[in-house]
Write a protein that binds this ligand. Structure first.
Ligand code: YH5
Length: 261
């Protein structure tokens, strides 16, 4: 899964049209580098980030999703927590909803059930503005697993199909370095919960803290983690660096599943 951020800090604003064209060019690159999914987001969820208006988020992502759907052979996911954005994105061509709030916003589960798309439920403790201030768990793996099972049941009750639901431990979302490392070490316990596991570690601070590297220098650390995650049972790797990650995980898959050209 290649990350396509459509926020002003990602594509410097020469206006909406220029930003859309730049995002589409990046989407074509993500396809060429081997991604199966492109994850389109118009709202930053990094630690400390603020919310944007629904209309702003829509204006950013919808033209990009329409453009990708019209010109690229790739599955599109919408990275949003707002039900109206989810519904509009699916109408524009998205087939997966990737929600860091795990569809907890009022109306989000109903929107997912109506559209019959895939959904990724991600664990987060707290909310983006404050989540890294003092994360606390007694047993981080058990608590993340319990959260995902509970939110899956809520989705099933709302009419989302079981086969449509993926899980994500939410690396960096209300987690200390030690919490992130424990989740990585014990990923097979989460992979055993009978949902495809999606993980996003690309360029995150877990790498920065261990290696002492800034965000632009975290590729090799991220590849190590991507390989570990696939070996630990992850099925989808969310990354900024599609070509190197694709090579790394194809290599791990060849070992685990045997080699097919
Ligand atoms: C995720 O894990 N993450 S947005 C801080 C960084 C680098 C990257 C400075 N959306 C996830 O990518 N969706 C985001 O270091 C996500 N899983 C899913 N499903 C945060 C992000 C990032 C933050």
């Amino acid at each position: 899964m290649g990350i396509l951020n459509v926020t002003p800090d990602s594509f410097s604003d020469g206006g909406r049209y220029a930003a859309t064209e730049a995002a589409l060019a990046r989407a074509r690159q993500i396809v060429a580098e081997g991604a199966a999914i492109v994850d389109v987001g118009g709202q930053s969820t990094r630690p400390g980030s603020l919310e944007v208006e629904e209309s702003v988020e829509m204006a950013r992502v919808l033209p990009v999703i329409e453009g990708i759907a019209a010109t690229c052979d790739i599955a599109i996911s919408i990275d949003s927590s707002k039900p109206a954005v989810m519904a509009a994105a699916v109408a524009a061509g998205a087939c997966i909803i990737n929600d860091v709030y795990a569809l907890r916003a009022p109306g989000a589960r109903a929107a997912a059930a109506r559209t019959e798309v895939g959904v990724c439920l991600m664990h987060m403790q707290g909310e983006p503005r404050t989540m890294q201030e003092s994360p606390h768990y007694n047993d981080v793996v058990a608590e993340v697993g319990d959260f995902l099972l509970r939110e899956r049941q809520a989705c099933l009750d709302a009419g989302v199909a079981n086969e449509s639901i993926a899980f994500d431990p939410g690396f960096g979302f209300g987690k200390s370095l030690e919490h992130n490392l424990t989740l990585l070490r014990e990923l097979p316990r989460l992979a055993a919960l009978n949902a495809p596991l999606l993980v996003g570690v690309s360029r995150k601070s877990v790498i920065g803290k261990v290696l002492g590297k800034t965000v632009d220098d975290r590729l090799y650390g991220g590849l190590g983690l991507a390989a570990l995650c696939v070996a630990g049972g992850a099925r989808i790797i969310r990354t900024h660096d599609v070509a190197p990650t694709h090579d790394a995980i194809r290599m791990v898959s060849a070992v685990l599943q045997g080699w097919e050209a």
